[in-house]
Write a protein that binds this ligand. Sequence first.
Ligand SMILES: [Zn+2]
Length: 73
Amino acid sequence: MAEIAERDSERCGLCGSAVPMDVRVPNPLAPTIDHVIPISRGGGDTRTNVQLAHFRCNSVKGAREIDRIVPAG
Ligand SMILES: [Zn+2]
């Protein structure tokens, strides 16, 4: 998923802040892949439906939308 991080200029699609690519989950700033339309709502695992997001930001959204969180990198 490094290409997603590169495409998104290593910025979180949810809060807009830079995402440090050298940290890993469960660090709250770790890069993860967020599904714009959650899989649970029919969204696909396609490049157009994913964006880079902090683990923290993705977790907040995930709790709300019951999405699964995929670590990036
Ligand atoms: Zn964020």
